[in-house]
Write a protein that binds this ligand. Structure first.
Ligand SMILES: NC(=O)c1ccc[n+]([C@@H]2O[C@H](COP(=O)([O-])OP(=O)(O)OC[C@H]3O[C@@H](n4cnc5c(N)ncnc54)[C@H](O)[C@@H]3O)[C@@H](O)[C@H]2O)c1
Length: 423
């Protein structure tokens, strides 16, 4: 359906949101919806696009996916949601399937914003298509799984126009309790920061199978187990904690030593199930990071602690968010922090301290589009991805790796299949 079709549709008008082009190069009309296309209709993609629809003026009008069943599930989900919100169903002309779906979505004139929620191996390729087509982009982390992709992303960054906004999916920074404690730490509440510890202990991811699928399709559907597709657990999932550390310290690691391996997992794939990394930041500040991804004990634990000359800050995903010491402080705004939690959420929709992380991230991003105060988070996203690759390389090579070593080695992962077979 073209825009005129939408406007003729009473459901769209009833929602109070008109699907209109920006009035000026800098902003959207106050009541116009940002036309949202979701690329990758899986667990996280659906959850985030749903949250955009419920919390912002974005309206899902297009979907794209490699696989027909995923696209159909997405269509069913968003048709129901759009109906609930008094909006038009998705036009079948804006449903794109197959290996070129990302290009077809990018070429669509009926889409303003592309949300990239495909497996990490494809992020940079999909980012390139979306940026080149002039779309606003919400790209899931990581921005690149290897040095080659990171380099490509850094070449895309300067091509983002001043009227385009590009965000990377580090929503933890926007969680109200984390935003509040980070502001205090950056203002000096801990004195001189001397050391950081952090952990990310998550359950194993679950297997997805389909009758009659090929080995390649199995890999794609279980991409979390696959180094080339995911970047391994440090780059794919633990990245949220490394990102918080970089952001709060205002620096990236200079070097790392690490160990780890695959001690428990026996299923297919080659990702490790545990990492122990020592990152060195400027000023000889060390981050001691520990990660596991196996088992399922009904609980989940992730967070970081920063130790300063006059105080300590505890930043858990779940549990008390506080500073002890000279400038003691505790997060107490119950209205902005849900109760319960301590449970892993595969779609990133955690409870407790992260309860409103997605909502606030999405609102900030849409505001950057409608106000014309555009974001371009590609380079920052790449820096965090590279920080994780530093730890990963140190682990795989069982040696100290400096940032310069990491860049010089030009690590490149091969997918080992052609996705054109899924046309
Ligand atoms: N920010 C967070 O907290 C958070 C949480 C979970 C996942 N993620 C990220 O979100 C992304 C998606 O994760 P997920 O859990 O939804 O995975 P998923 O497997 O549930 O969904 C991925 C979707 O992409 C589709 N796809 C695969 N290859 C494609 C291609 N080449 N072109 C088009 N579609 C393709 C799949 O068919 C599937 O529908 C990943 O990058 C992951 O790292 C972020």
């Amino acid at each position: 359906m073209n825009r005129r079709g939408f406007l003729k549709n009473g459901a769209a008008a009833a929602s109070g949101l008109l699907l209109l082009k920006p009035l000026t190069a800098f902003g959207y009309q106050a009541n116009s919806a940002v036309r949202h296309g979701l690329l990758g209709c899986g667990n996280r993609g659906t959850s985030v696009a749903d949250s955009f629809s419920q919390n912002t003026s974005a309206q899902v009008v297009a979907l794209a996916d490699l696989f027909a069943d995923q696209l159909a599930a997405g269509r069913s989900h968003f048709d129901q949601l759009n109906q609930k919100l008094g909006r038009a169903p998705i036009d079948s002309k804006l449903l794109f399937r197959g290996p070129n779906a990302f290009e077809q979505l990018a070429a669509s004139k009926d889409v303003d914003l592309i949300q990239i929620s495909t497996p990490p191996f494809f992020h940079v390729q999909h980012l390139n298509a979306a940026v080149s087509a002039g779309k606003h982009v919400y790209c899931e982390k990581p921005v690149g799984i290897d040095i080659r992709q990171a380099g490509e992303a850094l070449k895309i960054a300067p091509r983002v126009r001043s009227t385009q906004s590009v965000d990377v999916g580090f929503q933890c920074r926007n969680a109200p309790p984390i935003a509040a404690i980070a502001e205090k730490i950056k203002a000096g509440a801990l004195g001189k920061i001397g050391a950081v510890t952090a952990n990310y202990n998550a359950p194993a991811s679950t297997e997805k199978t389909r009758a009659g699928e090929s080995a390649d399709e199995y890999r794609l559907r279980n991409w979390l187990w696959d180094r080339a597709l995911s970047g391994d657990i440090l780059v794919e999932q633990n990245i949220h904690i490394i990102d918080l550390c970089n952001w709060i310290l205002g620096a990236r690691p200079l070097k790392a030593t690490a160990t780890g391996g695959r001690n428990i997992l026996k299923h297919a794939g080659d990702c490790w199930d545990n990492y122990q990394v020592d990152f060195t930041y400027p000023g000889d500040v060390h981050l001691s990071f520990s990660s596991t991804q196996f088992g399922d004990y009904g609980s989940f634990d992730a967070g970081l602690k920063l130790y300063g000359s006059s105080g300590m800050a505890a930043i858990p995903y779940s549990g008390p968010m506080q500073i002890t010491g000279a400038q003691a402080w505790a997060w107490q705004d119950a209205a902005s922090s849900a109760t319960g939690g301590g449970k892993f959420a595969a779609n990133g929709a955690f409870q407790d301290n992260l309860a409103f992380a997605d909502r606030d991230k999405e609102r900030t991003f849409i505001e950057s589009i409608t106000s014309g105060q555009s974001h371009n988070q590609i380079a920052a996203g790449v820096e965090t991805a590279l920080s994780c690759m530093l730890g990963r390389m140190a682990g795989y090579q069982r040696r100290e790796v400096t940032w310069e070593d990491l860049l010089a080695q030009g690590e490149t992962y091969q997918l080992g299949m052609s996705i054109s077979q899924f046309a």
